[in-house]
Write a protein that binds this ligand. Structure first.
Ligand SMILES: [Zn+2]
Length: 430
């Protein structure tokens, strides 16, 4: 991008060696030996530090990722880190090439090390998906790990005053893997997830939150609840809701597009001070033939259906001059969509006896939805008590039902009647 403009120092002067230049050791040097100019994490996180100039950071490692060595070029091998400063703020770091292996080697040689303090000098900030990462820069960056230099000694001393004590337990953990690739590999095919992995239920079946479990339902979105916001400020590190760090700052109406600092209180998150991005959290009212309930739809599914991210929709709404807390009309396209949902009955639902479940996945695949409904009709037929009804009728009604029992009209019966009789009739096709 602006690689050419990237500067290692803000020095405007150049030192040129000529034929006449002589170099002699300095006998009474009094300045800083390494010349570090450490930057506060906060200014990196909120983006007040320019991206085109190198910087120095110091911190202790709180999380270490695995080396991503997929690229043939060793220089492109990468390791993610999170480091923490004396104030408890955390910073994302990417080590590239040899720098990853240097840290790896250090850990292998010091298997009992509890705290690793590192310094990166002449590092570069890169922006990726709204997050600022401090990166090593080619072979230029100076990478110091736990050495006995003054800066590290002072840093450790401050930490030991009130931080987690070095002698207690390890202060770092290992990251699972790169989050996006982790999510990708974890996402099985639609068919498996909707047809094989979870039980198909009706809304009536799961109306009471009894068991912590995931189920599949097929239902139509009938409305969107207007009394709560449709987005929340998500920690860019873990996606949970973050709270403004400065209590005087109310949760911003624009979904915190401004560079406010937020605090993440998720105990599993490796960050405390964090940046946020608006993410969808839309309460939708869904209905099937047995009843209706409210489900919460999150970013991934809402983005897929609305074809816009919450971040972009917040920006679009604000640009049009509307309050971003009120529902933008764009969200109305969700209405009357018939979808297959995987809903998650959580511990929270069971304990609080509340049935506003979270949608963990949505499919709008018509063939899949048809297939589920077909399966559903058969299952209901088996479970229901025998009902006097002509089998020929059943077959024709079956076909009607498969298409769409609610919207389909028939000369002989009203749609709901089709439904009832089908749901309670003995089926011959099993
Ligand atoms: Zn977080």
């Amino acid at each position: 991008m602006d690689e050419g403009k990237f500067q290692l120092t803000d020095q405007m002067q150049k030192l040129t060696f000529t034929h006449e230049t002589t170099v002699a050791p300095c006998v009474d040097f009094s300045g800083s030996i390494n010349g570090f100019a450490f930057i506060e994490y906060h200014s990196i996180i909120v983006g007040t530090v320019p991206l085109n100039i190198s910087l120095d950071v110091i911190g202790f490692v709180v999380a270490i990722g695995k080396i991503d060595a997929r690229n043939e070029d060793r220089k492109r091998h990468k390791m993610r880190l999170q480091i923490q400063d004396v104030n408890g703020s955390q910073l994302d770091v990417n080590l590239w090439g040899d720098y990853c292996y240097k840290l790896n080697e250090y850990i292998q040689k010091n298997p009992n090390i509890l705290r690793i303090v590192i310094i990166l000098q002449f590092a570069k900030i890169n922006l990726w998906q709204d997050r600022r990462y401090v990166n090593t820069y080619y072979d230029v960056t100076k990478f110091i790990i736990n050495t006995e230099i003054d800066e590290i000694k002072v840093f450790k001393k401050i930490l030991n005053q009130d931080g987690p004590h070095e002698n207690s337990s390890s202060t770092f953990s290992y990251m699972k893997s790169n989050r996006s690739s982790y999510m990708k590999s974890n996402r099985s095919s639609d068919k498996d997830d909707f047809v094989l992995n979870h039980e198909l239920k009706t809304i009536a079946d799961i109306f009471e939150p009894i068991e912590i479990k995931k189920y599949v339902i097929v239902a139509t979105i009938k409305g969107i609840l207007q009394h709560t916001s449709w987005h929340y400020p998500a920690c860019t590190n873990c996606n949970t809701k973050a709270v403004p760090k400065n209590p005087s700052n109310e949760p911003s109406l624009t979904g915190s597009l401004k560079n406010e600092t937020y605090e993440c209180r998720n105990p599993k998150c490796t960050k405390t001070e964090t940046l946020t991005v608006p993410r969808f959290m839309i309460p939708v009212r869904v209905q099937d033939h047995t009843g209706s309930m409210t489900l919460t739809m999150f970013e991934q599914d809402a983005k897929k259906l609305l074809k816009i991210s919450a971040k972009d929709l917040v920006a679009k709404t604000a640009k049009l001059g509307f309050c971003t807390n009120a529902y933008p009309s764009d969200i109305n396209v969700l209405k009357d969509m018939k979808l297959a949902f995987i809903v998650s009955v959580s511990k929270y639902n069971v304990q609080r006896n509340t049935n506003q479940y979270t949608i963990s996945r949505i499919s709008d695949d018509e063939i899949l939805i048809e297939e589920l409904e077909k399966k559903f009709v058969i299952a209901e037929g088996v479970n229901s008590q025998s009902f006097e009804h002509g089998t020929t009728d059943c077959e024709s009604q079956d076909n009607i039902f498969i298409k769409d029992a609610i919207s389909q009209t028939d000369d002989n019966v009203t749609p709901m009647n089709v439904f009832k009789s089908t749901a309670t009739s003995p089926k011959k096709k099993i």
